[in-house]
Design a protein around this ligand. Structure first.
Ligand code: TYC
Length: 102
């Protein structure tokens, strides 16, 4: 760049640095014992997923071993994991739910 007197001018641009909070994937893990219907119910109850979508995700976990259920801020992801784990335990199913940073 040049300014009026012909000298080279240094132009610096400051971008407003707003830090976006990291996002976390909530994962559902397969096991051999939790009934398919229970998993579908959990997905609808805690993630607001439609029955059809819940069946799809449940079958993906059943076949592949794991699937992403949703992506959330850390606090929301922690709440989801806790809710699912508590609910599974209360119903005596070994269903596992976990989270990982995106
Ligand atoms: N594999 C279980 C069954 O055959 C079903 C299942 C699906 C369990 C998804 C857990 O996250 C899960 N009954």
């Amino acid at each position: 760049n040049e300014d009026e007197d012909g000298d080279a001018a240094v132009v610096t641009k400051t971008r407003p640095k707003t830090k976006k909070p990291p996002l976390y994937k909530v994962l559902l893990l397969n096991d051999d014992y939790t009934p398919m219907e229970f998993v579908v119910h959990v997905l609808q109850r805690f993630f607001g997923i439609s029955h059809a979508q819940a069946v799809e995700i449940m079958l993906t976990v059943h076949k592949k071993g794991v699937a992403v259920v949703g992506v959330f801020s850390r606090e929301i992801a922690e709440t989801k994991v806790t809710q699912v784990m508590d609910y599974a335990q209360r119903n005596q199913h070994p269903l596992q739910c976990t989270m990982e940073k995106e």
